[in-house]
Design a protein around this ligand. Structure first.
Ligand SMILES: *Cc1c(COP(=O)(O)O)cnc(C)c1O
Length: 376
C-alpha cells in the first residue's frame, strides 16, 4: 500500500466555519433589524442538521426552520432554547411531536388552528403559529386574502396560541425575470402591512436565499435562508460572486490502478472502451453514496490536483476514472469528487449542470453511508 492510504473509503467534510461566515455575511446584508432564520431541513441540505444549526447561530442566525416535526424534535434535543419553525404540513400525530419539540407551527386552515389550540392546553404551552399565505407558489397556504386575514385575527385572539408570524414563499425568486416575483410580493404586502398594523409583534417573512440576495424589498422582519448558508448559489452559478463559500466537500481515494489496453471496457454495460492503452483508477464511491449514476461518463474528479474524467457506468459502490497513459498517480491517492484540490474545484453547481438538476439536490443526495467530518 502507498504512503497515503486513507482512513476510510469516503468522507464528506463539512466546513462549519464556512457556514458561520456565510451566515454573518448574509446577516450583514439584511435591512434594518431583519432576522436571519437558517433553514436546516433535510439534514441541513445533507451537511448535518444540528451541527449546521449551531454554526449558523454562531454566525448570527437567530432562528431555525425545518420541514418536518421529526426534524424539529431532533433539533430540539441539541438546541434546547433556539426558536424552531416547522414549515411543512403536519398530520395530527406529527402536530403532537412538533408541540413536544416546542416548535412554531405553520397554519393555513381554521380547522388546524382549532386543533393546535385544543392540543396546546394538553401540552401546557402556548405555541407560536405562523399563518401561511399562498401568494402564487400554489403549494401550502391559502390563496384567499380574506381567509388569511381571518386566520391572523383569530390566532391573535386565541389565548391558547400566540400569533407568531405571517408568511409566504416565492416560486421564481431564482429566475432572471422578476415579474411574477414582484406580483407575489405585492399580494403579500397588501395583506401583511395592515396585519402588522393590527398586530405589532408579528414577524413577517417571505424570502428564501435567492430573494434575500435580491435586496431589501424582500427582507421584511426575517428571511429564511437555506442553500446560501451552505455556500451554494441559489441562482445555480457561482457562490463566490455573492461572497459565499461552499461548506461541503466529498472525498474518496484510488483503491485500484490498473492498465486498460486499447479495446478494454470498464464497468456495467461496457459504456466506455479504452481507445488506446491507458491507466484506469477505481474509486470506491458510487450512487449508493449519492454520487449519482447520471454522472456516468459526464463528470470529472480531482486527483493529484488535476481533473481526470470519470469513465464507464457509475455503480452502487464504485466508479472508474481514466488517469491517462503513463500516469504516475499511485494507488491510495486522495480523490476529491466535490470541492477543491490543488488549484481546481468541482462545485455542486457543476455536477448539477451535468445532471440537469440543481445544486440543492447534489448535497442533499450524499447518502448517510458517507460519514460527515466537521471542521471549523
Ligand atoms: C426550503 C425552504 C426555504 C429555503 O430555501 P433556499 O432556497 O434554500 O434558501 C425557505 N422557505 C421555505 C418555505 C422552504 O421550504
Amino acid at each position: 500500500m502507498s504512503a497515503h492510504e486513507p482512513f476510510q473509503r469516503a468522507m464528506a467534510v463539512v466546513d462549519l466555519g464556512a457556514i458561520e461566515r456565510n451566515c454573518s455575511h448574509l446577516k450583514l446584508g439584511l435591512q434594518g433589524n431583519a432576522e436571519l432564520c437558517a433553514v436546516v431541513k433535510s439534514n441541513g441540505y445533507g451537511h448535518g442538521m444540528a451541527e449546521c444549526a449551531e454554526a449558523a447561530m454562531r454566525g448570527g442566525a437567530s432562528r431555525l426552520a425545518v420541514a418536518t416535526a421529526t426534524e424539529a424534535f431532533e433539533l430540539r434535543s441539541r438546541l434546547p432554547e433556539a426558536p424552531i419553525l416547522v414549515m411543512g404540513a403536519l398530520t395530527g400525530a406529527e402536530l403532537d411531536v412538533a408541540m413536544q419539540a416546542r416548535a412554531e407551527i405553520a397554519v393555513w386552515r381554521m380547522g388546524f388552528l382549532a386543533e393546535i389550540s385544543e392540543r396546546a392546553a394538553m401540552f401546557g404551552f402556548r405555541p407560536r403559529v405562523h399563518v401561511k399565505y399562498d401568494t402564487g407558489m400554489g403549494r401550502l397556504g391559502d390563496r384567499d386574502p380574506r381567509v388569511i386575514e381571518a386566520l391572523v385575527d383569530d390566532a391573535a385572539a386565541d389565548e391558547r396560541v400566540e400569533l407568531g408570524g405571517l408568511w409566504t414563499h416565492f416560486a421564481t425568486a431564482d429566475e432572471d425575470d422578476e415579474s411574477f416575483l414582484r406580483e407575489q410580493l405585492q399580494r403579500f404586502r397588501e395583506v401583511a402591512v395592515p396585519a402588522k398594523e393590527r398586530h405589532r409583534g408579528i414577524t413577517l417573512h417571505a424570502a428564501n436565499s435567492a430573494a434575500t440576495l435580491r435586496g431589501a424589498d424582500f427582507h421584511f422582519d426575517m428571511v429564511r435562508c437555506g442553500v446560501a448558508i451552505y455556500g451554494l448559489d441559489p441562482f445555480g452559478e457561482d457562490a463566490s460572486s455573492h461572497g459565499l463559500q461552499p461548506a461541503m466537500s466529498l472525498h474518496g481515494y484510488l483503491a485500484e490502478v490498473k492498465a486498460a489496453l486499447a479495446g478494454d471496457s470498464v464497468g456495467y454495460g461496457r459504456t466506455w472502451t479504452a481507445e488506446s492503452d491507458t491507466l484506469v483508477g477505481v474509486i470506491p464511491v458510487g450512487y449508493g453514496d449519492g454520487y449519482r449514476r447520471g454522472l456516468s461518463n459526464r463528470a470529472d474528479v480531482l486527483v493529484d490536483g488535476h481533473r481526470v474524467p470519470g469513465v464507464g457506468t457509475i455503480s452502487m459502490d464504485n466508479l472508474t476514472v481514466d488517469l491517462g497513459p503513463g500516469s504516475e498517480i499511485e494507488m491510495g491517492a486522495p480523490v476529491v469528487l466535490l470541492g477543491a484540490q490543488g488549484e481546481d474545484e468541482i462545485a455542486a453547481e457543476e455536477l448539477a449542470e451535468r445532471l440537469g438538476t440543481i445544486n440543492y439536490e447534489i448535497t442533499c443526495g450524499i447518502s448517510l453511508r458517507v460519514p460527515r467530518a466537521y471542521r471549523r
